[in-house]
Design a protein around this ligand. Structure first.
Ligand code: HEC
Length: 144
């Protein structure tokens, strides 16, 4: 018998590694595995509007708007997010009030009013808050 030479050592070592890997693959070298338990599914995100049911951030009432046709519908359409002061501070043409409503819908995500309500609101706003002719800024060219 020839003495163990380097080739034998390498062949034996490789065989041992191969066997260990094969046994490990077969699961022989590991204890019983816990059955796979899928992680609990996260609860579905609530689809409710977080602001739903919250009172509006002001104490204004319908009477805080000047009396006129369409006052109520305007109040309930326009004061869910802000008080009447923001509205009363504006004096706009009918066209600009119309764009203002679009802005509230597009930028501030106001729920679009029904067409007939929108017309009523627009009539009210245009009549009650027209562009101001006198007063502060009337003769300021930069505010024209
Ligand atoms: C969904 C919420 C929401 C509704 C409903 C709403 N607005 Fe606004 N509005 C805002 C926000 C937000 C601002 C920005 C000012 C602020 O910080 O309060 C604003 C500002 C304004 C301003 C100030 C000027 C400007 O253009 O920023 C006016 C005027 C105005 N709104 C009018 C109206 C009118 C008229 C209605 C009803 C047709 C209305 N808003 C309904 C959210 C709303």
């Amino acid at each position: 018998m020839s003495p163990l030479n380097i080739t034998h050592v390498v062949v034996i070592a490789l065989t041992a590694v191969f066997l260990l890997v094969a046994l490990d693959r077969a699961g022989e070298l590991r204890g019983p595995q816990a059955a796979y338990v899928p992680p609990p599914k996260p609860a579905p995100a609530p689809v409710v509007d977080p602001d739903k049911g919250k009172p509006p951030p002001h104490n204004d009432t319908v009477e805080d708007l000047p009396a006129g046709k369409g006052r109520e519908v305007t109040f309930y359409t326009c004061t869910a997010c802000h008080g009447v002061a923001l509205i009363k501070a504006q004096g706009l043409t009918r066209d600009l009030w119309d764009s203002s409503i679009d802005l509230m819908i597009e930028k501030h995500r106001m729920p679009p009013p029904k067409p007939e309500e929108r017309t009523e609101v627009l009539d009210y706003l245009a009549e009650q808050f027209p562009p101001r002719r006198r007063g502060r800024g009337a003769d300021n060219p930069f505010l024209k």
